[in-house]
Design a protein around this ligand. Structure first.
Ligand SMILES: *[C@@H]1O[C@H](CO)[C@@H](O)[C@H](O)[C@H]1NC(C)=O
Ligand SMILES: *[C@@H]1O[C@H](CO)[C@@H](O)[C@H](O)[C@H]1NC(C)=O
Length: 477
């Protein structure tokens, strides 16, 4: 690693170059710093132009000056796609290709697991792929969105080793993340990057991506925010003044919180536990503080529902975010009907009936195959399911909504360790049916739904911290 000084547009940047890596890595650092896309950078050192693939033997001493020419303007950028190998595509058809791993750059597993978990949200991945920045000056955020776009593209095109594994270095995303959210760039006394809270990373980055992507694509039917943002309605009733009318308000959310009090053993209970609360606040009719009952219920369900297990609490004594290790079970199929407003429940009923019918029919088919010896659907017959007519999953007048209240688990970010700012984060991402990928930085392994269900906590094993629920497709039988 060599510290060099890059001059661009009258400014100087200190950058750490690694001459053992391809210059592309260095250029992505420059991209993160300046917003000049790699393909528009002309990088000059010692009078030579540096290509993307090789330094051609160039090794610069510490403190050397490098020139960069190129503008960060609004020209829509083409990002070079790494050629996808036809052999990989063949393999992909046959078996499940696990995601490329992400190299740890020093306590960056919180970021890697967030980026892997986002990839379980197909519509988000598509929107990132199609993203073309508006190029408005002063909007720093698009640097991060661009970096995520480039990273996902690299992950898709990454060269696979013989065992099928692949890894990518998320350097540009890390730099853009530090620039956009400086709170993630804290270092310890020795100058090493510190561990960060994965849920904070998940929610901050998701918010930013949604803002950026929705702004860049005003097409209402493709507004990605619609797929991830729900609405919660609150009713506040004064318990000390009967006549005071209840106040209602509405709030948007991208995540629900599951609170882990003593009696909570299941995710659903933890979410519901704080949906009815007693709070104290100033009453306008009594002109003093009074007790209120605050009731919250969901008035719009997004296609994807994030849930945070509130596992960490600030411990004054040790000045750390200490962890609640408690075992709290989470389901593969989550039903949130109970948490919805009566109006929404009414709207969910018809699709729920259909959903139930589908499940009953499937159970019946299974029973028939077992009891009456009729063959269980073979691979070929099963495949038919994909050709069956899929039942719509959103309300016709509300793109990206969920019309039944049923969700299927898509991804989990787990934490292992005793505080949110230490320990280790890992992402578990559903690939297909019961096949999951455990993404532990650059190590990616295939695991099963049973392995994922073991992440409910209670000990020092990985415990579920952030969960992503998404659509489960159902078909007309
Ligand atoms: C996208 O949807 C969100 C949530 O419904 C809304 O607040 C936002 O204004 C929409 N953006 C565009 C560009 O339509
Ligand atoms: C709502 O959930 C049901 C059940 O998981 C699913 O079939 C449907 O796809 C979901 N809808 C959306 C829009 O995600």
């Amino acid at each position: 690693m060599t510290s060099v000084c890059v001059k661009w547009a009258g400014q100087k940047y200190d950058v750490v170059a690694d001459f053992d890596e391809s210059p592309l890595i260095f250029k992505s650092q420059l991209f993160a710093l300046t917003g000049v896309p790699v393909e528009r950078q002309k990088v000059l050192a010692k009078g030579r132009t540096i290509g993307d693939d090789s330094w051609n033997g160039l090794v610069l001493p510490e403190g050397s000056m490098i020139m960069m020419i190129g503008s960060a303007g609004a020209i829509p950028q083409e990002i070079t796609t790494a050629a996808s190998h036809p052999a990989d595509e063949e393999a992909a058809k046959k078996k499940i290709v696990l995601p490329a791993g992400l190299k740890n750059l020093g306590n960056t597993c919180y970021m890697a697991s967030t980026l892997q978990a986002f990839r379980s949200i197909i519509e988000l991945v598509d929107a990132i792929k199609d993203y073309r920045s508006t190029g408005n000056e002063g909007e720093r955020s698009h640097t991060l969105t661009n970096a995520v776009q480039a990273l996902y593209q690299k992950m898709n095109g990454a060269t696979r080793q013989e065992d099928g594994s692949a890894q990518v270095i998320p350097f540009a995303v890390l730099q853009a993340l530090h620039m956009t959210f400086p709170q993630f760039s804290t270092r310890d006394e020795a100058g090493n990057l510190m561990q960060q809270d994965a849920n904070e990373c998940y929610s901050e980055v998701l918010r930013l991506l949604l803002t950026d992507l929705s702004r860049a694509n005003p097409d209402k039917a493709k507004n990605i925010t619609q797929f991830l943002e729900g609405r919660m309605s609150h009713t506040m009733k004064c318990l000390e003044a009967e006549s005071e009318p209840a106040q209602t308000s509405e709030e948007r959310f991208v995540q629900l919180s599951c609170f882990l009090s003593q009696e909570v053993k299941y995710l659903q209970l933890g979410i519901k536990s704080k949906m009815t609360e007693e709070i104290e606040k100033e009453s306008p009719t009594l002109s003093r503080n009074a007790k209120y009952e605050k009731k919250s219920s969901i008035s719009r369900l997004p296609a994807y529902l994030g849930v945070q297990m509130v596992r960490f609490f600030y411990k004054e004594k040790d000045k750390i975010n200490a962890k609640i290790l408690k075992d709290v079970k989470f389901p593969m199929v989550l039903d949130v009907f109970d948490m919805c407003t009566p109006e929404l429940q009414e709207k969910l009923r018809p699709m729920r009936a259909e959903f139930k019918e589908y499940e009953d029919k499937k159970v019946e088919q299974l029973r028939m195959s077992k009891v009456e010896g009729i063959d269980a659907p073979s691979g070929a017959e099963k495949k038919k399911e994909e050709e069956l007519e899929q039942i719509p999953t959103s309300f016709p007048d509300d793109v990206g909504s969920n019309n039944s209240g049923f969700y299927e688990l898509k991804a989990v970010i787990t934490h292992k360790g005793r505080s949110s700012n230490s320990g280790h984060y890992v992402a578990w991402v559903r690939m297909k049916d019961d096949v999951w990928a455990m993404c532990d930085d650059d190590e990616v392994h295939q695991v099963s739904s049973d392995d994922v269900l073991k992440l409910s906590g209670g000990g020092d094993w990985h415990c579920a911290y952030v969960l992503v629920y998404g659509p489960k497709k159902i078909y007309k039988l």
